[in-house]
Design a protein around this ligand. Structure first.
Ligand code: CA
Length: 228
């Protein structure tokens, strides 16, 4: 039996096109037209590879990826419409294994998938290695954070927040950038929500939340993870 591959994309013509290419490769093809259907199908078909469109109706590509990572080890290749999205996708913990920017040639996509399958799982992907920062360890694979070896109980959002910040120690993330990367592009609300969650996060990881060692405030701009 061939590689099981799940196409998650709402553009029916593209799904049809990809299905043709994948079947020619001998892949066993599954499809889902929206995020919820994608998760249901991923549970049922247990694909080895998921081709995931970033822009989906309902649950976004990011939302699907986040949920998928809770139960699936599938390789994920994202389809993105704009190059600006790439940085967001790659930077996020539990992120995609690869991406292609639309428009792309199906032949190129197949080549990328073949290359991805040859790589050992998580082998050369920096993003999947646990990050060790001071007494803090952040493991993107298990989505676990440990402080001096003790597990810290973070919410999904807090985990995503610390992962984004810690992905680039010393880099200042503005509130709007954090909103975009953690909450997603469909979030409409006050920047203040970032402060609230940073405060909660600090209570869990900082010895003295008023005098943080890990998540620093950059006045008037946003937050950064301390470089050490
Ligand atoms: Ca789409």
């Amino acid at each position: 039996m061939g590689i099981r591959i799940l196409i998650v994309e709402d553009e029916k013509n593209l799904v049809k096109l990809l299905r043709g290419y994948f079947e020619k490769e001998g892949f066993e093809v599954y499809e889902a037209l929206d995020g919820d259907a994608a998760l249901e199908m991923a549970r049922k078909a247990e694909p080895e590879v998921v081709v995931l469109d970033w822009m989906l109706p309902g649950l976004s590509g990011m939302g699907v990826l986040r949920e998928l990572r809770r139960f699936s080890q599938a390789y994920v290749i994202m389809l993105t419409a704009r190059t600006e999205e790439v940085d967001r996708i790659v930077g996020l913990s539990g992120g995609a294994d690869d991406y292609v920017t639309k428009p792309f040639s199906p032949g190129e996509l197949v080549a990328r998938i073949r290359a991805m399958l040859r790589r050992p799982r998580g082998g050369d992907s920096e993003a999947r290695k646990p990050l060790e920062l001071g007494e803090l360890t952040i493991d993107p694979e298990s989505r676990e954070v440990r402080l001096r070896g003790e597990p810290v109980n973070l919410t999904t959002l807090e985990f995503d927040l610390i992962s984004v910040l810690a992905s680039r120690p010393g880099f200042v993330f503005s509130r709007s950038r954090l909103l975009e990367r953690v909450w997603g592009e469909n979030y409409f609300g006050s920047d203040h929500v970032v402060d609230v969650h940073v405060a909660n996060l600090r209570k869990k990881i900082e010895e003295d939340p008023a005098n943080p060692r890990y998540v620093e405030t950059v006045r008037g701009v946003g937050y950064r993870f301390a470089k050490r």
